[in-house]
Structure formats: structure tokens, C-alpha cells
Design a protein around this ligand. Structure first.
Ligand code: C2E
Ligand code: MG
Ligand code: MG
Length: 577
């Protein structure tokens, strides 16, 4: 403390220093707006000289703020800084106060640049898609609602639902980085030639919504979308790959197909679904027959969910037969659903839906549980050495999380080496995790791998060389009438010799006639087959009364076609029909 300083001076000095160092900005101005006091924080935030005294004046922008501050209203000052950054300062003032006979305006200022930047980021992610920069679902919904609820007459407009075909395959095959780049390029092509009043938005992974507003009639929309489809047909060049992508599009029109955003979006979605079911890559306008279809589908969906909940599934078993000895090498479990009315449904009616709805994993575990429950009967019927094949959808096969849990369940049965997992070629596409991550796990516990429906999937014959499987099942489409189809015979020979070289067992699927069997026996080295000729898939409980009680355990088949619904089995003990 300086020697001659009084207590009062000392207090004043401390107060002045405290004022200067306050973390939040404080200024005091007279009625003319002249700054009487400015602390360090305010000086930095408002770019004023600290302790500016009488001379510090506000520029014009600040003058406007002052007006608001005098009225007691808070103000946000926005100021562009160098490097493209922006500073935001939040100013609040108390109503002018009488201090020492003068009317003074005391204001507080806080730098809120960080909060503002965060807020902006939240806004952008709510309203703009990060990858493509397109507006999100909220924006288009808001716009459509705005159009519908506007005062006065509303001009017709169209809402189109776009879904990229087989995007999952593209992602699996080329990887996510290429998939993302494709989405960006695609959205550019889709957005081409749109008017100011149209909006293209990305609403989820590979789905887009397009608002065309206003429109004259359906024909105009049809022509526009046709041109758009044509534009999409040209290949995309991404990361040195030439990628072809097509899009399925469903369109609904306001007001003919709905008077709310929700109804229009849903009906456009229903129309798109129709396109997907009819071969993809084209456009459909909504019509009321589609609505009935969608309702029927929803009913199936509901009953499938219920069936899973109530475990209304059972298995039919079809043997794989040695075509020379008639011995049963193994069996394939084929799932069946008992519907609400007790009618047995084949998997063709529900497997794809179960995959789509994410119910297939549970279903596969139910199939395994059913096998475990019936294992004694299986052993009695087909012998304890018969392998047991379970079908796994390609989507499941590429999902490490599911496959790990499934492998654990197979191991927990105590007889994992009896099992074979049947997957289609799709499971082996380059970027799927099946080959590199899942296969070693299955092999580790002794489970066999079978390639189902070979020949109709994506892979070529040469791709077989990269696939490591124990068994290959040639699709029924090659086997039907094989004895009179030279082309199929050639393909069969090629698959046969390649599989032999790779050490894979070949199974012919779907043998129905003696002629087909005779051809395989005479002209090929194929040992095993499956088909109605030997036996339709059968329920074990149907079999129970037919099995004589004997200690013989090896099963074989009579080489006669099984009559529908009856069992053509007999055991090697001589029980033959
Ligand atoms: P898949 O695995 O190729 O099974 C063979 C299908 O062909 C079975 O149809 C079988 O009944 C039928 N089949 C066998 N021999 C003949 C024949 O000589 N002629 C004709 N026309 N058909 C024959 P199903 O049981 O209707 O199963 C169809 C498909 O459903 C299966 O084809 C399989 O891909 C799938 N599936 C069946 N069960 C399951 C399951 O538990 N999980 C999964 N993910 N898929 C399953
Ligand atoms: Mg199969
Ligand atoms: Mg098959």
C-alpha cells in the first residue's frame, strides 16, 4: 500500500481492479451512449478500448443495440472475425439507473460464440443430412404441411418415395466408403433439374423423398421421373469401380392420393413397394388396389409376429440320399409355420418377410431348439450318424453378432459336429463377414458349411475357388429334366469337376423323376441328391407309428417316389415298402 494512500483510496483501487478483472463484461454508459467504464472482458468482446472513458463511441450497429438495451431488451451482437469465424456476444442491460445525479446505463456482456456454434450444429443435423447435404425428413414434412394448410386454394403437387435397389449388396460388395460416395453422387443426379420450389430430401440410408410442387398432372410427373430414371442408368465411377445403380420409385399426388403428409408419404411408399415386388428399377403411381395389398401384407406381418411369439413353428425333414446305395447321408430341417387357422405354411410365404422384419434370428434359434427336442426321434429314424442341415439366410450369415450366438447354441447342443449350416452364395460376397470371421468359428466347433441353391446367385464358377465349404448343393433349376437339357448337363459337369478339385461334396437338389436320377447315375460322378423322388419333407411325428422298434440304426430309402404326405422310409433291417 503506498504510504500516503488513505483507506478510502485503497478501497477504491481494489474495487477498480476487481471491476476491470471481472470475468463477465460490464460497461457503464451515459445517456448519450458515451462509455464511462469498460472492463477488460467487455473491451475484448465489444472491441472497445478498456477504460475508454469519454472518447469510446459505438458504431452505428452498436447504436441500434443501445436503443434496445435502453428499452431493457437483451441483444445478440454478431461479428465476423478473421479466419471465417463469427463471434456472438450476448448483451443485457438494466433499465437506466440514477447514479450520483446522472442517468447511467449498466450492461453485461457474455461471449456465447461456443454455445451458438453448438446450437448451429444441432440445427444443421436436425434439418440437413450430413453426408449429402440434402434437407432431412423434417424439412419436407414441414414444407408439405405448409402447402396443405395454407389459406386459399392449394395447387396439386406430387410426393415421390425413392429407394435405391440392392443398396445393401453394393455396400457389402464395395464397402461402406464406396456406398457413401455412391449416395452422394446419386443425390446429385436426383437433384438435377429441380425447381426452386421442389425439394429432394434424404430420409434414411438409401431412401429419398422428392416433392414436386406445383404440378400440372400425372403425366407431367411421369415424364419428369422417367427422365430422372434415365439419368440414373449411366454408370457411376467410384474408387475405380464402375457401379450401376437403379432406383424404385413410388409416387402419390395431392389431393387425389391423400390430404395429409402422412397419407401421401405412406401411399408413395406403398407404390414403391409394388415396384420392388415387380422387378425394381421403375416407377409406379399409387392406386387403391395397392392399399388392399398393403393391408393384406400387414395382416401376414401381424400373424408372423404372433406366430413367433407363440412359437407356432415346426420342422419338416428331408433326407439327403446316396443315390447309389439309397443310404441317408443326412437330413435338412425345413421350417413350417402353423398359421392362425392351424394351416401349415411353407417358408416361401414368410422367410423373406421374417428377414425384412428382423424376426429371422429368433426363428433360426427356434428351428435349432426343435431339432434338439427331436434328436432321439431323428436318430431313431435316420441314424445317429446322419448330418443335420439348418438353413441360414444370407443376411444372418453376414452378421457376426447373430452367427456367434448361433455357433454358441450349436456348440451347446453337445453334438455340434452333426450340424451343417446351409447358406446361399450371397453370403460369400467379398465384403460380407461370413468367409473371414464366421467360417473359422463354425469350423472351430466342427460345424460343416454347405452352399445352397448354387448356380442362381451372384457368384460365378470361378468364385467357387475362393469359397471354402464342405458341400455344394446344385439348384433344382439345373436338375429339372437334366436328362434332356444339354446346356444344364454342361454346367453340371463344370460344377462337378471344380467341386471335386476343391474337395467339396456335390448334392443335386430337387430330383423328382426316375429319368433325372438315371441321368445322374449314368453320366456323372455325383453321389448325393435330395428331392421328392426320394421323399418330400416329412414331420417326424407322422413317422413315429411307421418305425418298427429295432436296434438297427442305419436308415435307407426305397428307390420309389414317395406318395404325397406318406413316408417312403424304411430301415436297413429290411422294413421296406
Ligand atoms: P432350400 O434350402 O433350397 O430347400 C429346398 C426346398 O426345395 C424345400 O422347400 C423343399 O421342400 C423343396 N424341394 C425339395 N425337393 C424338391 C423337389 O423334388 N421338387 C420341388 N419342387 N421342390 C423340392 P421349402 O421347404 O418350401 O423351403 C424353401 C426354402 O425356404 C428353402 O430352400 C430355404 O431357402 C428356406 N428355408 C426353409 N427353412 C428355413 C429356415 O429354417 N431358415 C431359413 N433362413 N430359410 C429356410
Ligand atoms: Mg437349404
Ligand atoms: Mg436349396
Amino acid at each position: 500500500m503506498p504510504a500516503n494512500e488513505s483507506n478510502c483510496d485503497q478501497e477504491l483501487r481494489i474495487l477498480r481492479d476487481l471491476f476491470r478483472l471481472l470475468p463477465s463484461g460490464v460497461t457503464v454508459q451515459d445517456e448519450n451512449g458515451t462509455f464511462l467504464l469498460v472492463n477488460d472482458a467487455a473491451a475484448a468482446q465489444l472491441r472497445l478500448a478498456a477504460n475508454a472513458g469519454q472518447s469510446a463511441q459505438l458504431d452505428e450497429r452498436h447504436e441500434n443495440c443501445l436503443e434496445l438495451l435502453r428499452a431493457g431488451r437483451p441483444v445478440v451482437l454478431e461479428e465476423a472475425l478473421t479466419h471465417g469465424a463469427t463471434r456472438h456476444v450476448f448483451l443485457t442491460a438494466h433499465r437506466p439507473a440514477q447514479v450520483g445525479g446522472r442517468k447511467l446505463l449498466i450492461s453485461n456482456s457474455t461471449d456465447i460464440s461456443e454455445q451458438k456454434a453448438f446450437e448451429d450444429q444441432l440445427f444443421r443435423s436436425a434439418y440437413y443430412d450430413e453426408l449429402t447435404g440434402l434437407p432431412t425428413r423434417r424439412v419436407i414434412e414441414h414444407r408439405v404441411n405448409g402447402l396443405i394448410h395454407r389459406d386459399g386454394p392449394v395447387a396439386p403437387f406430387a410426393l415421390a418415395f425413392l429407394d435405391i435397389d440392392n443398396f445393401k449388396h453394393i455396400n457389402d460388395y464395395y464397402g461402406h466408403a464406396v456406398g457413401d460416395a455412391l449416395l452422394v453422387e446419386l443425390s446429385k443426379r436426383l437433384g438435377h433439374a429441380l425447381r426452386e420450389t421442389d425439394i429432394l430430401s434424404r430420409i434414411s440410408g438409401d431412401e429419398f423423398l422428392l416433392l414436386l410442387n406445383p404440378i400440372r398432372d400425372q403425366r407431367e410427373v411421369g415424364d419428369f421421373i422417367e427422365t430422372m430414371q434415365q439419368r440414373l442408368k449411366a454408370p457411376f465411377f467410384i474408387d475405380q469401380s464402375e457401379i450401376f445403380a437403379s432406383t424404385s420409385i413410388g409416387v402419390s399426388l395431392y389431393p387425389a392420393h391423400g390430404r395429409s403428409y402422412e397419407a401421401l408419404r405412406q401411399n408413395a411408399d406403398i407404390a414403391m413397394y409394388r415396384v420392388k415386388n415387380n422387378g425394381k428399377g421403375s416407377t409406379a403411381f399409387f392406386d387403391s388396389s395397392m392399399e388392399r395389398e398393403a393391408l393384406a401384407r400387414m395382416k401376414i406381418e401381424q400373424s408372423l409376429r404372433l406366430a413367433i411369439l407363440e412359437k407356432r413353428f415346426c420342422c419338416a425333414f428331408q433326407p439327403k440320399v446316396d443315390i447309389r446305395t439309397q443310404d441317408v447321408k443326412g437330413i435338412e430341417a425345413l421350417v413350417r409355420l402353423r398359421d392362425d387357422e392351424g394351416v401349415i405354411q411353407a417358408p416361401g410365404t414368410f422367410i423373406d418377410l421374417a428377414v425384412e422384419l428382423g424376426l429371422i434370428d429368433e426363428l433360426t434359434h427356434l428351428v435349432l431348439a426343435e431339432i434338439v427336442k427331436s434328436i432321439d426321434l431323428i436318430n431313431d429314424t435316420f441314424g445317429p450318424a446322419a448330418t443335420i442341415s439348418i438353413n441360414v439366410a444370407a443376411k444372418q450369415a453376414g452378421n457376426p453378432e447373430f452367427m456367434r450366438s448361433f455357433a454358441r447354441a450349436l456348440d451347446d447342443t453337445g453334438f455340434p459336429t452333426r450340424f451343417m449350416v446351409e447358406v446361399t452364395e450371397d453370403a460369400f460376397v467379398a465384403k460380407s463377414h461370413f468367409q473371414d470371421q464366421i467360417l473359422p468359428i463354425l469350423r472351430g466347433i466342427g460345424v460343416g458349411i454347405s452352399i445352397d441353391d448354387f448356380g442362381i446367385g451372384y457368384s460365378s464358377l470361378s468364385a467357387l475357388a475362393d469359397i471354402t465349404a464342405d458341400e455344394i448343393k446344385i439348384d433344382r433349376s439345373f436338375i429339372t429334366d437334366i436328362h434332356q437339357r444339354p446346356r444344364s448337363q454342361g454346367i453340371l459337369r463344370a460344377i462337378e469337376s471344380l467341386s471335386e478339385a476343391l474337395g467339396m461334396t456335390v448334392i443335386a437338389e430337387g430330383i423328382e423323376s426316375y429319368e433325372e436320377l438315371a441321368y445322374l447315375q449314368a453320366a456323372t460322378k455325383i453321389r448325393y441328391a435330395q428331392g421328392y423322388y426320394f421323399s418330400k419333407p416329412i414331420f417326424l411325428e407322422d413317422l413315429r407309428p411307421a418305425i418298427p422298434q429295432t436296434s438297427e440304426s442305419r436308415a435307407s430309402l426305397s428307390a420309389r417316389p414317395a406318395p404325397e404326405g406318406r413316408v417312403a422310409y424304411s430301415r436297413a433291417s429290411g422294413y421296406r415298402r
